[in-house]
Design a protein around this ligand. Structure first.
Ligand SMILES: NC(=O)c1ccc[n+]([C@@H]2O[C@H](COP(=O)([O-])OP(=O)(O)OC[C@H]3O[C@@H](n4cnc5c(N)ncnc54)[C@H](OP(=O)(O)O)[C@@H]3O)[C@@H](O)[C@H]2O)c1
Length: 325
């Protein structure tokens, strides 16, 4: 099995389907993915759940169809339709259902390959663990797809350290994907140390705090409310009562950026690069893409890293987890 070359910064494609962060056409979405590959990005991150009905996987398939070998193609499975599988609580007022049964594992890989138009997936993640199927069982079934040649490497997403350890006893876990950024640092307590111990790469989702850390309108406190059509309206950190508190708490990020000629997005991403994790920022905008990718080459000094750590400690962001009423 060849080692995975994920690079430092990949591209997350969730927001390249309409209805997540706003409008985007297929042509523009495909253009962004191809520009990323042109710029040397390796990791392209999709999921069977993105876009509804596998539409995001189809989009990624079109974007890489004539350059499959340029990409490390990562997708995820596990979320299923309403009232199938088991209900899970992710804390964003969303009713989500998962199925990690061996039957679903076998069906999911074939469906993803068909939609993408590929004969193998380089990195295949369980998107969210099934509370009623032991993770060892799900990963055992995923490993059969490695043996079958349909998958190169296995990954897990949204797991804790004990789930990672249990899974790694069944099959090597090449990557774990979890939320990690200047405003979400929980992974530092147990998950990142477990990854280091097991030789598992950590891939940070939401590296720009779902845009908060990159968008000057949020950071300036100019957005009083997020429209309900934007999925962030379900995120407690974007609730009206927390938007201005978070603008205050992250104001020093603007000051740091202004003083160095780097954008806040670049500082947020360069901090992740310095931590040795891979990030997968999402964008629909070619200029944002170029700005984000340039962060891979920005070396922050030890003093800058220490200052950022002090300014934005774990727990600094306002907004807990919304539970379903
Ligand atoms: N495993 C999981 O459960 C999970 C969950 C969520 C996400 N993910 C993955 O992680 C990827 C990234 O997460 P994410 O997209 O939710 O959050 P993100 O990358 O933290 O933020 C994306 C937001 O930031 C904005 N943005 C990006 N670069 C910018 C820049 N330079 N300046 C200003 N704004 C900028 C984007 O808007 P524009 O389009 O306008 O640039 C978009 O609104 C997803 O695409 C997906 O692949 C995985």
């Amino acid at each position: 099995m060849t080692a995975l070359d994920l690079g430092r910064i990949g591209i997350g494609t969730m927001g390249l389907s309409p209805g997540v962060y706003g409008d985007v056409t297929d042509a523009d979405a495909i253009d962004v993915i191809r520009r990323a590959l042109d710029a040397g990005v390796r990791l392209v991150d999709t999921a069977d759940a993105y876009g509804g009905g596998g539409e995001n996987e189809k989009l990624v398939g079109k974007a890489i169809s004539d350059r499959r070998d340029d990409a490390v193609l990562a997708t995820k499975f596990g979320y299923v339709g309403p009232d199938q599988g088991r209900r899970v609580e992710i804390g964003y007022r969303m009713k989500l259902f998962v199925d990690g049964s061996p039957e679903h594992v076998a069906a999911a890989i074939d469906a993803s390959l068909r939609r993408i138009g590929a004969d193998h997936i380089d990195l295949w993640y369980l998107h969210f663990p099934d509370p009623e199927v032991p993770i060892e069982e799900t990963v055992g079934a995923m490993a059969e797809q490695v043996t079958a040649g349909k998958v190169g490497h296995l990954g897990l997403s949204n797991v804790d350290a004990s789930q990672l350890r249990a899974a790694a006893d069944v099959h090597p876990i090449a990557a774990v994907q979890g939320e990690y950024s200047l405003w979400s640092r929980d992974a530092e307590r147990e998950l990142l140390p477990a990854c280091r111990e097991l030789g598992t790469r950590f891939v940070a989702w939401g590296p720009l705090g779902s845009g908060f850390l990159a968008d000057s309108r949020f950071l300036a406190g100019d957005v009083p409310e997020v429209p309900r059509t934007d999925f962030r309206s379900r995120n407690p950190r974007f609730a009206p009562e927390n938007l201005s508190a978070n603008a205050d708490r992250f104001a020093p990020l603007r000051t740091l950026a202004a003083g160095t000629g780097r954008s806040t997005a670049q500082l947020a991403l360069a901090w992740l690069v310095a931590r040795g994790v891979v990030s997968i920022p999402g964008t629909r905008d070619p200029n944002h893409l170029a700005e984000n990718l340039a962060a891979a080459r920005l070396a922050l000094s030890e003093a800058e890293l220490a200052e950022i750590d002090t300014l934005f400690p774990a727990g600094v962001a306002a907004g807990g987890v919304f539970k379903e009423a």
